[in-house]
Design a protein. Sequence first.
Length: 128
Amino acid sequence: MMPAKHFSMAPFSADEVFIHGRRAPGGEVRLVAVGFDPIAFMDGSDTPFCAFSMGYRGPLSSLHSLGWRVGEEFQFAVAPDKPLKLFAGHIDPADESHFTIDFDTGGTRRTIDGWLLPDDTVKLQLRE
C-alpha cells in the first residue's frame, strides 16, 4: 500500500481552507487558494494565512502563479490559547470575485471575507 501524500498548493507549509475559481471584475477566471499555517499560528504569528491566484496560459501549459500575498494587510488577531475551528471557504454566488471563510473561536463564529482583485492578488479582511 502506498503512503498518503499531502498536496499543498501554497509555497510554504499550509493547509488549504479555500480553493476555487474566482473572477475579478473585467478579468479572467483564476484559481484562488487560501492556506492556513497552524504552526505559525501556534507560534503567535498574526499572519498565519497565505493567499494566491493561479492562471492558465493555454492548453499545453500548466497553471502558473499570478498573485501571491502572505497576509501583509490581513491581521488575524485570535489568541492561540483559545480553541480555533476553521471551516471550508464558500463562494459568493452574487459576486464572482468574493468568497468567505468562517471560523469559530471559543464559541464565537466569525467570517473572513476574501476577494480576487483586478491585479490577480487576493485580499483578505475580517468581517466586523
